[in-house]
Ligand binder design. Structure first.
Ligand code: PEP
Ligand code: MG
Length: 586
């Protein structure tokens, strides 16, 4: 499945799920010697630790344990292994941790293919030694363990693309600003959170490739075609040339679209459309402004809570993060969604939250989003206070995810009021916020008038609304073909939510992936949508679509499509008739 557009060409870097947080960066050519010395120093240190352990455990320790330590020491002293690892540093300029992980992955496969069971089981020894080596290297690197820390030098280095069985959204975040030019995963759906983060990185990605991580080998040349959802392994020179050409064309198209940045989004018949950005971290705010967004329509605050080894951000830290986004947006509205963890978006492995997630039988239906927040009022109160404090610096809108029960509406609004009262009591400054609800569950769409009585604005989360309307897990590739935004039930709920909200005189936006997909722009305009929120990289293409659309003639065709058994087909034929004779001005 294609999830992020464009073409990436590079050497495959295979990463096991348990190793994705190993630092991946290129070193400069003149750092090769120092990096090899760093590797050697780490190896010597681990050897000393094993020797010391051996002395410690001798005596009444079983002989097998001592023998195991001997095996580990033998692996560390193995010159063939050491020189193969050095080669990754010398020839590819990988940092030492990455070199160890790359070599381990290659050897693991060889072990897996061994006939002899005893030898096959030695893989575990190899993994333990490599893990210890990587931990020692990371402890002395000064860069921490994450690959996203600090700039990476890519110039002159061979481009690399990441191939993995699965990557969690939290791990995908680590790759922001990293070395990888593309991603392939075996599992996942188009709107899984991993795919959403890949799209926000704006690099080509394919998910649900099933066997990719088994078939592709470390260092293979591969092409990722993020438009067609293709992965080509070991391409011929002719295919390579064709894709290089496509890459250049894609860049030219992006440069052309970027010129629309400061142009207001107005349809051919003069309708002004609001285009907002979805962001995951405060550092994304600059890209949103740069892309010409008129505000942030969805700040997925849960990403602030990830990759922290279980220590959640306190009120001050959250306040500063929200404030930074508000200031970066210079008066434009910032919609901060309260934490939405659970389902395919667990926090990192060590946290309490992760433990809860693991124990949930059906995480998508379990304790996630507002359910989570209401189950942990202490944590929720900290977040609400931080958001209200940030509101003194600009225009902040507070958005509640996945709310579906009248009791949850009352509880959430009550918590917000209590947060205001506690700030007043402390004498802490805070600002006004508009409070909105996400419509992500059919129950919410069906009782919209109740929501409209209590909330200032509405935001439609189509990713979840599709998932819950059609009972299709958005992260499960085996049912991805049934995940259909054109389904009549989905379109009916989306259209009625837009129209009922407008009739009540309130604002409604779509912040799910449908908003950034040009296939749906005209349809959504035709059913009355005037506010779209998407990844900054998608803004120019959607703006171009709006600039080329005359909305009024499409409205009656939208009505017909909504009543049809196959809305997509009816829409396509009706749209063609409606657009005949409309000049293509942009
Ligand atoms: C959605 O469900 O459409 C949405 C925007 O929220 P998320 O993708 O973070 O679940
Ligand atoms: Mg959602």
């Amino acid at each position: 499945m294609p999830v992020s557009r464009g073409v990436a060409i590079g050497r495959a870097v295979l990463v096991a799920s348990s190793w994705v947080d190993v630092a991946h960066y290129f070193i400069e050519a003149d750092q090769v010697g120092a990096e090899i010395r760093r590797l050697k120093a780490a190896r010597d240190q681990v050897c000393r630790e094993f020797e010391a352990l051996k002395l410690d455990v001798q005596g009444d320790t079983p002989a097998e344990l001592v023998a195991l330590l001997d095996v580990h020491l033998m692996l560390l002293h193995d010159e063939v292994l050491a020189s193969a690892t050095r080669q990754w540093i010398e020839e590819r300029h990988y940092n030492a941790e990455w070199a160890v992980a790359a070599q381990l992955e290659m050897l693991s496969r060889q072990f897996d293919e061994m006939e002899d069971e005893y030898l096959r089981e030695r893989k575990a020894d190899l993994e333990q030694v490599a893990e210890r080596l990587i931990r020692t290297l990371s402890a002395h690197s000064g860069r921490g363990g994450g690959s996203a820390l600090g700039p990476v030098s890519c110039e002159g280095d061979v481009p690399v693309v990441l191939v993995a069985n699965d990557i969690s959204p939290a791990d995908m975040m680590q790759f922001k600003g990293g070395v990888f030019r593309g991603f392939v995963t075996d599992v996942g759906g188009r709107t899984s959170h991993t795919a959403i983060v890949a799209r926000s990185l704006d690099i080509p990605a394919v998910v649900g490739a099933r066997d990719a991580s088994r078939i592709i080998r470390q260092d293979d040349w591969i092409i990722i075609d993020g438009d067609a959802g293709l992965v080509i392994v070991d391409p011929s020179p002719m295919i390579l040339e064709e894709y290089r050409f496509r890459q250049r064309q894609g860049q030219l198209e992006r440069d052309r679209l970027a010129r629309l940045r400061h142009r207001p989004a107005v349809s051919l018949d003069g309708q002004r459309i609001q285009l907002l950005a979805n962001i995951e971290l405060p550092s994304d705010a600059a890209a949103a402004v740069e892309a010409g967004a008129e505000g942030v329509g969805l700040f997925r605050s849960e990403f602030l809570f990830m990759n922290r080894g279980g220590r959640l951000p306190d009120e001050q830290e959250q306040y500063e993060a929200y404030r930074d986004v508000v200031i970066a947006l210079r008066g434009l509205p910032v919609t901060i969604r309260t934490i939405d963890i659970g389902a395919d978006k667990p926090l990192d492995r060590m946290s309490l939250s992760e433990l809860r997630h693991e124990h949930s039988l059906n995480p998508a239906m379990g304790l996630r989003a507002i359910r989570w927040s209401l189950a942990d009022p202490g944590m929720f109160m900290v977040q609400l206070r931080a958001i209200l404090r940030a509101a003194q610096h600009g225009s902040v809108r507070l958005l509640v995810p996945m709310i579906s029960h009248p009791g949850e509406i009352r509880a959430a609004l009550d918590m917000i009021e209590r947060a205001r009262e506690s700030l007043r009591r402390d004498g802490t400054a805070f600002g006004d916020v508009a409070v909105g609800a996400m419509i992500e569950v059919p129950a919410a769409a069906l009782m919209l008038p109740i929501f409209l009585k209590h909330f200032d604005f509405i935001s439609i989360g189509t990713n979840d609304l599709i998932q819950y309307t059609l009972a299709i897990d958005r992260a499960d590739e085996s049912v991805a073909h049934l995940y259909d935004p054109w389904h009549p039930a989905v379109l009916g709920l989306v259209a009625s939510t837009i129209q009922t909200t407008h009739a009540a005189g309130k604002e409604v936006c779509i912040c799910g992936e449908m908003a950034g997909d040009a296939e749906f722009t005209e349809m959504l305009l035709a059913v009355g949508l005037r506010s779209f929120s998407m990844h900054p990289s998608q803004l120019p293409a959607i703006k171009q679509r709006i600039l080329r659309t005359e909305i009024a003639p499409l409205a009656s065709h939208a009505t017909l499509a909504l009543e049809a058994e196959d809305p997509r087909a009816v829409w396509a034929s009706g749209r063609l008739r409606a657009l005949t004779a409309i000049p293509q001005a942009v």
